[in-house]
Design a protein around this ligand. Structure first.
Ligand code: GLU
Length: 464
């Protein structure tokens, strides 16, 4: 069998989205598992929507995800002569013809009820007449002369199974536009064939393009690759994934402090599985085990809660030193020494953007920013004032280390016969502003005594 060659072919019309990233990951992992090649091709034929900036964003996102490619990036706009050559091949064998209908004429036909908007009007213009019109400078596109006597177009999709499309639903699609730039369906066939792609793995939004492309392969007398179409990615509500569901681009996830290795793991599992149970699949395993036959055609659900959980698993696995190093900007956004609290929160952080929220209290100085719910549930309760006043004594006088503060509070709490929860919760809220916080005394010693006392005093005033 020939070497597997796959490609990822994004259009640089926006950022790299979750769906695109999943397609890239599947291609990359399949290439790696097969000892094949992964090729990157930028499909930049839409001059209005393609930008250099988007290309750079996509390349950066690919690198950040660790999806290394073996060839490319190739750019379609640098390959125009290849499409011209292929077009001439079709023209020579009578499989393509010029069409002079204007946009307005086609629009009128569409409105008159012709679905594809084109009724093959120019198909039978005698070749000499067509040539003369081209030479006189008349604007035209080149269309595929669909062989109407052709049998159904059939192929075996690696995911969807056997597919069959009747020829009479195929329009004479445009291959090359008036400016000489090819359409997607034409360029993609020429490229995939020139680049000797063996497997086309892509989103199932292209499933209906596939019979058109197969026909072009046939007419170009080129080998047809295997196709594998990946199901749609939906939000948890079952609707197509969109902005409404939250972040949708890889960059957004990077900026929110997700780990590329977790994102790759999670996205690989959208529509593919290793077995019935394994969820944590590190890259090296993915690159060994990924296979097309375990891709399902069932729509995949993108569930950020699951991604968060998985990201948390990867964070805990990396250990404290690595956590501090990789999350540095997030720790620094709290205070220069907030990283010292890393061991207190590593178990509870799901993504780095949680860090400022969890450690913000370290940088408040003498101020206390109270969470309203915690205030009502804890400070505005009978006994809170006494408990705080008692704790204040310990905080004001004992050595500034975890054990002495904790032991002294413990002893005092017992002596006063206050339930531990009634003693420690008010203190927690008075120091951290919230009844949910990292371990209390470990947090306290990271701050200045006078600041902690100022916060307690403020809370005492408020408390019942
Ligand atoms: N440029 C196309 C897209 O982004 C690629 C489709 C394909 O893989 O054939 O949808």
């Amino acid at each position: 069998m020939s070497k597997v060659r796959v490609r990822f072919a994004p259009s640089p019309t926006g950022m790299l989205h979750i769906g695109g990233a999943r397609t890239a990951i599947d291609n990359w992992a399949f290439a790696r598992a097969q000892g094949g090649d992964f090729i990157l091709r930028i499909e930049d034929t839409d001059p209005e929507r393609s930008t250099e900036e988007n290309t750079q964003i996509i390349l950066r996102a690919m690198k950040w995800l660790g999806l290394d490619w073996d060839e490319g990036p190739f750019f379609q706009m640098q390959r125009l002569e290849k499409y011209e050559k292929a077009l001439n091949y079709l023209i020579d064998k009578g499989a393509a013809y010029p069409c002079f209908c204007t946009k307005e004429e086609i629009q009128a036909k569409r409105e008159a009820g012709n679905k594809s908007g084109y009724d093959r009007t120019c198909r039978d213009i005698p070749i000499d007449e067509a040539k003369a019109r081209i030479e006189s400078g008349e604007s035209h596109v080149w269309r595929l002369k669909v062989p109407l006597e052709h049998d159904n177009i059939e192929f075996d999709d690696a995911v969807y199974g056997h597919m069959s499309f009747p020829i009479d639903v195929m329009d004479d699609l445009v291959l090359v536009r008036p400016d000489g730039v090819p359409t997607y369906n034409f360029a993609v066939v020429v490229d995939d064939s020139d680049m000797e792609i063996t497997h086309v793995v892509r989103g199932d939004d292209h499933l209906s393009n596939t019979p058109r492309q197969i026909l072009i392969y046939e007419l170009l007398d080129r080998d047809i690759p295997t196709f594998a179409h990946l199901s749609m990615i939906l939000g948890p509500d079952g609707k197509k994934l969109s902005k409404r569901h939250g972040s949708t681009s890889v960059e957004e996830y990077r900026d929110r402090g997700y780990l590329p290795e977790a994102l790759v793991n999670y996205l690989a599992l959208l529509g593919w599985s290793l077995d019935d149970k394994t969820t944590i699949i590190p890259k090296d395993v993915l690159c060994k085990e990924f296979s097309l036959d375990r891709i399902t055609k069932k729509d995949a659900i993108f569930d950020e809660t699951k991604l968060n959980w998985m990201n948390g698993v990867y964070i805990r696995e990396m250990g404290i030193d690595e956590f501090v190093k990789r999350a540095k900007p997030w720790f620094d956004s709290v205070s220069p020494d907030a990283w010292k609290a890393a061991p207190l929160i590593i178990e509870r952080v799901e993504k780095f953007e949680d860090i400022p929220e969890k450690l913000g209290f370290l940088s408040w100085g003498p101020e206390l920013h109270l969470d309203e719910k915690s205030t009502n549930k804890v400070l505005k309760k009978e006994g809170a004032k006494e408990a705080l006043a008692a704790a204040r004594e310990v905080i004001a006088n004992k050595d500034w280390d975890i054990d002495s503060l904790q032991n002294a509070c413990q002893t005092l709490c017992e002596k006063l016969a206050i339930k531990p929860r009634k003693f420690f919760q008010p203190l927690r809220v008075a120091v951290c502003g919230n009844m949910v916080s990292p371990p209390l005394f470990e947090s306290i010693v990271l701050m200045k005594r006078e600041d902690v006392l100022a916060r307690i005093d403020y809370a005492i005033d408020l408390a019942l």
